[in-house]
Design a protein around this ligand. Sequence first.
Ligand SMILES: [Fe+2]
Length: 345
Amino acid sequence: MIFRQLFDQVSCTYSYLLASRSGGEALIIDPVLEKVDRYLQLVKELDLKLVKAVDTHLHADHITGLGALRDRTHCTTVMGEQTKADVISMRITDGDKLTIEGLALDVIYTPGHTDDSYSFVSSDRVFTGDTLLIRGTGRTDFQNGNPRQQYESIFGRLLKLPAATLVYPAHDYKGDTVSTIGEERAFNPRLQVTSVEQYVELMNNLRLANPKMMDVAVPANMKVGLAQEEIARRGWALSAGEACALVGNPATALIDLRERPERERHGIIPGSLHVPYPTLQENISAGGMLNELARSTGKRLVFYCAFGERSAMAVQAAQDAGLASACHIQVGVDAWKKAGGPLER
Ligand SMILES: [Fe+2]
């Protein structure tokens, strides 16, 4: 496995680049906006293709790199289903797998620091965000934080992992880079409590100042801006209601860009083709399946995904490839459901 721990010295944030092989797909966890050039340089140097950018939670101390990475690599942006961040194109939940080529991370919902905090487990290591830090835990006094939930997340979930599991947090202010579950259970001062009440008491009396960046970072991270706004301005968007009328229309090819677990959980628009977003480019290039379909049959390509973000990027890519009929369903299956559109399981 290719694994890089990257540090932002301003916010003391750790970001992690993961891939299974040189030349393959990569994902990044908790990227920082100011470091995006550095990440992309490293991705290039290691001959990787960045396909997913993930935040463990909505950060209050730095501006996320998710929007910039999306704009520059067209990667899928991922967070938990509870998040209020607009930039997210794929939402995950407890029990899901966060996958790229050759790698599948277990997704664990670990609320408490915020109500959208997640941890990711990859065989011998866990990325804990701000839920569990090295000799500390993330504060629980804003962004719907909750010390009781955090206790459950740590004691009920993270500390149940094997003791040798490596702990990679989203921050460290002392210069520590990695720990283990066993080490934290034994030596983390916040975890030396005998009851949930004692933990709640401890967390409620920390009296910390707000992060310097909080008033800037939280609103900025909630509203990064959507890819689909520009696509709508260009006239390449259909409302879910308009798209409903196209089901069964032989002049239309509906194309689902989501991953298999999303299709299984939320259902599929009847008659649609499945072209997972990471395989889009090969499908729309000359000789690719969608390119051939559009050119030989004249069918209109109508892309869709979960929330309309991957499909908006797909429309732009298809238009760039000369497929002038390409459009998408704005706000995706989320809007489709609200419009009462049919879904098959
Ligand atoms: Fe945080």
